[in-house]
Design a binder for this molecule. Structure first.
Ligand code: NAP
Length: 292
């Protein structure tokens, strides 16, 4: 089967262009530039890279951005104080606290300290609850970005059987919620799998759409995918690759080379879900600025 790529890179550029046009319109009107702040604790290279991409994307679309960096040894109270300052600061429309946080800091406590009207990650329980109820709110950027990608390629998911692998609060759970919602795209029948699922393959083989959010390189193999399936690979895994100067490269949760020929549509890694996550964060920030 000849597959088509769900190209997150070009779709993200399309979304960013729309946002830039809207920002330019607002500036011409004398309105304030949307302002996103990011809090980065510690020196995890992957977190640093993600935050760097987010700040760069802000600058591209004409947003103001602030990066607040602190050492790993910061106390939980100091992080909560930063959140409280950002909540109060009228210049900041929305902000994110990059996860994971060091283990001595209670992430849930920090998430719940964020003002829901500035929670552009959509992780606050109030926003999670609103999303589950189908109410207008900030949706977590990765699953919402996947919905935008499906929509961009006019994929009609109504009635499809979606198998989501993963149940994290940032990907698997909100993804299942969005795919089963009465929206377009959406209206899927959703099966959600995780590490305790028995005979995972028996589920994935029934899937019209597979969303792989596991965090294990090349975990989804061709024998797990039915012909014509749509496969969305959320995974970002660094594996060793002696042919690269750095000695490593990024790869997804799907064995792309062998799975792609069975698919109707598939996302590449990199260039699939990752850029859509960033584009959606920008959309959420614009929405937060609208709320002012
Ligand atoms: P996570 O919190 O570690 O969740 C992984 C999920 O996979 C868990 O629910 C786990 O089940 C399940 N799992 C693990 N082993 C499994 C197995 N053998 N069979 C079935 N399910 C299994 O990770 P996450 O934060 O959701 O992220 C998942 C991946 O997406 C990671 O590679 C991450 O880097 C990537 N990611 C990418 C983006 C992006 O923008 N592209 C954004 C966020 C995350 P249990 O719940 O039972 O442990």
């Amino acid at each position: 089967m000849s597959y088509k790529l769900l190209d997150g890179k070009s779709t993200s550029l399309f979304v960013q262009e729309e946002i830039k046009t809207e920002v330019d319109r607002r500036i011409a009107n004398g309105d304030k530039r949307p302002h996103l702040a990011a809090v980065l604790i510690g020196d995890d290279p992957a977190s640093k890279a993600y935050v760097g991409h987010k700040v760069k994307a802000c600058n591209k679309v004409g947003f103001d951005s602030s990066l607040i960096e602190r050492n790993t040894n910061i106390s939980e109270q100091e992080v909560l104080d930063i959140v409280s300052e950002l909540n109060k600061n009228p210049e900041i429309d929305g902000f994110i606290v990059q996860l994971p946080l060091p283990s001595h800091i209670d992430s849930q406590k920090v998430i719940e300290a964020v003002d829901p009207s500035k929670d552009v990650d959509g992780f606050h329980p109030e926003n999670v609850g609103k999303m589950s109820l189908g109410l207008d709110t900030f949706k977590p950027a990765t699953p919402a970005g996947i919905m935008t990608l499906l929509n961009h390629y006019e994929i009609d998911t109504e009635g499809m059987h979606a198998v989501v692998i993963g149940r994290s609060d940032i990907v698997g759970n909100p993804m299942s919620s969005l795919l089963r919602s009465n929206t377009s795209p959406g209206n899927c029948t959703v099966t959600q799998c995780h590490s305790r699922t028995k005979d995972l393959k028996s589920h994935t083989l029934q899937a019209d759409i597979i969303i792989a959010a596991i965090g294990k390189p090349h975990f989804i193999t061709d024998d797990m995918v039915k012909d014509g399936a749509i496969v969305v690979d959320v995974g970002i895994n660094r594996i060793s690759d002696p042919s690269k100067k750095s000695g490593s490269r990024l790869t997804g949760d799907v064995d792309f080379e062998n799975v792609a020929p069975k698919c109707s549509w598939i996302t590449p890694v990199p260039g699939g879900v990752g850029p859509m996550t960033i584009a959606t964060l920008l959309q959420n920030t614009l929405k937060a600025a609208d709320g002012k």
